[in-house]
Design a protein. Structure first.
Length: 471
């Protein structure tokens, strides 16, 4: 190994990539120092330019591959490495699962610092492409240029494109030909909208100047066959909206709902906006087992329907219900977990801070004819008072499914205070889950652990933990 300085940054050559760490980063080691890098596979031999260099660890990026790992496979997407998704396509799926399993075990031990049972083998996905039921495309007048195009005077970044933001760049969009994350007609719909905008010479959105008409396209494609398209535009143009909607309905008779949303905000979130129905009922129906769920353009629902079903089946199993229990579903969202376990429980109490989600949850309970479910709007810490317990009953089982940030310290304390015999913790971030499990360790023992892969070809991982109140 040689070391040299270039622009005061250290470059290491012929370094063996040894393993994966959390968040999809790879690990190399030299002279007892751990180096974190990206876009590598264990077994690669690389040159690394260090960007951060501490006493015991460093971060860097690869400047050259000296030898590729025998475990590498050819990515199936032509946009691999450019757009922000599917960063593990160069890794065989079985190895992806192996490293995700390893990640769960590592963070639970290193961050949780608690006693653990044997962790169950990760539940991999049957379909590793076309698995997303929801996707959002971005229209932009700022095209991301490939490295080979940067110095080409014939190629301009001022192009109207439709696709995804380039990784790490808020103002550049990769012009996508084929995305494999969602089943057709996803690509065909996007291209029809893009080509319509080009023919009509409509302004594509400029994220720096905050101007333009074509902005986003949200698509939901359900296992029930229902398809929702939500066209997000920067301002009102009734004539072009009518022309585009007529074109979409003519070319895609399988569309069951078509909406338009005016978004004049400086960010892409449509929270608080009012989508207008152009065609159909304004929502789609998705199904988990024989439970049906109404999903609107702003509803949260598990993005991978088939793996979401398996996630909920494990959650139901871990709840250990006999038909007599009162179950508290915390961070209940649109009520999907509570509804899914409702037939095995005497009573379901859902708590969610987002009012629109609570309304959806109540509608979904009615849609499935479930009368022993009640949903409440508010923060769990504020809602679950002694008076609330007297009125609704104390929980026998708590199911909690927080966002990536995990549970607030106040909620952890509230769960400890509620002292339900069983807690099932569903997490999309095992690191924050491990932190919370450490805080709960004084009163709860981790008895079962099940990782689930919801997002093949990414480093994201879901994990379900069963906890039992210590005697």
């Amino acid at each position: 190994m040689r070391k040299r300085n270039r622009n005061k940054e250290q470059v290491l050559t012929n370094i063996l990539v040894e393993d994966y760490a959390a968040e999809g980063k790879s690990i190399a080691r030299t002279n007892g120092k751990v180096i974190f890098i990206e876009n590598a596979v264990p077994g690669d031999v690389v040159d690394i330019r260090l960007s951060k260099n501490k006493k015991d660890w460093a971060e860097g990026h690869i400047t050259a591959f000296q030898r590729y790992s025998p475990n590498r496979v050819e990515p199936f997407c032509s946009h691999f490495g450019i757009c922000g998704g599917c960063r593990w396509q160069m890794l065989p799926y079985q190895l992806q699962l192996q490293y995700k399993q390893q990640q769960v075990e590592d963070v639970l031990q290193r961050i949780g610092k608690i006693g653990l049972p044997e962790i169950s083998p990760i539940l991999g996905a049957a379909n590793t492409t076309g698995y997303r039921n929801k996707i959002e495309y971005t229209f932009s007048n700022r095209r991301f240029l490939l490295p080979a195009e940067l110095n080409d005077p014939l190629v301009s970044p001022a192009q109207n494109v439709a696709g995804f933001h380039a990784r790490g760049l808020f103002d550049k969009v990769v012009d996508i030909d084929t995305c494999y994350l969602q089943e057709e007609p996803t690509n065909r719909i996007r291209k029809v909208v893009r080509d319509f905008g080009l023919r009509q010479q409509l302004p594509f959105y400029d994220i720096r100047e905050h101007y333009g008409w074509l902005r986003n396209l949200q698509l939901r494609i359900c296992t029930t066959g229902e398809i929702m398209a939500n066209l997000v535009v920067g301002y009102v143009d009734e004539e072009q909206t009518h022309r585009l909607s007529e074109l979409l309905l003519q070319q895609f008779p399988e569309l069951t709902t078509l909406l338009v949303t005016i978004n004049a905000k400086w960010n892409d979130s449509i929270t608080g906006l009012e989508p207008r129905v152009l065609y159909g009922k304004g929502y789609v129906i998705e199904q988990l087992e024989d439970f049906r769920f109404k999903i609107g353009p702003q509803s949260f629902f598990q993005t991978n329907t088939r793996q979401g079903e398996r996630l909920y089946q494990v959650t139901r199993e871990y709840a250990g219900l006999t038909g007599k229990e009162t179950v508290y579903d915390l961070y209940c969202g649109t009520g999907s977990i509570g509804i899914f376990v409702s037939r095995q429980a005497a009573r379901i109490v859902g708590v969610e801070v987002i009012g629109a989600a609570v309304s959806d949850a109540r509608e979904n309970a009615a849609l499935n004819g479930i009368g022993h479910v009640r949903f409440f709007e508010g923060d769990v810490v504020d809602v679950c008072t002694d008076e609330f317990f007297v009125r609704e009953g104390r929980p026998d089982v708590i199911i909690t499914d927080p966002p990536r940030a995990g549970m607030h310290q106040g909620l952890v304390n509230k769960i400890l205070d509620m002292a339900a015999p069983t807690v099932v913790y569903v997490s999309c971030n095992p690191a924050t889950q491990a932190r919370d499990l450490h805080l709960m360790d004084a009163r709860y023992e981790v008895t079962r652990v099940q990782p689930v892969d919801m997002f093949p070809h990414t480093h994201h991982i879901e994990n379900i933990v069963q906890l039992k109140l210590r005697g």
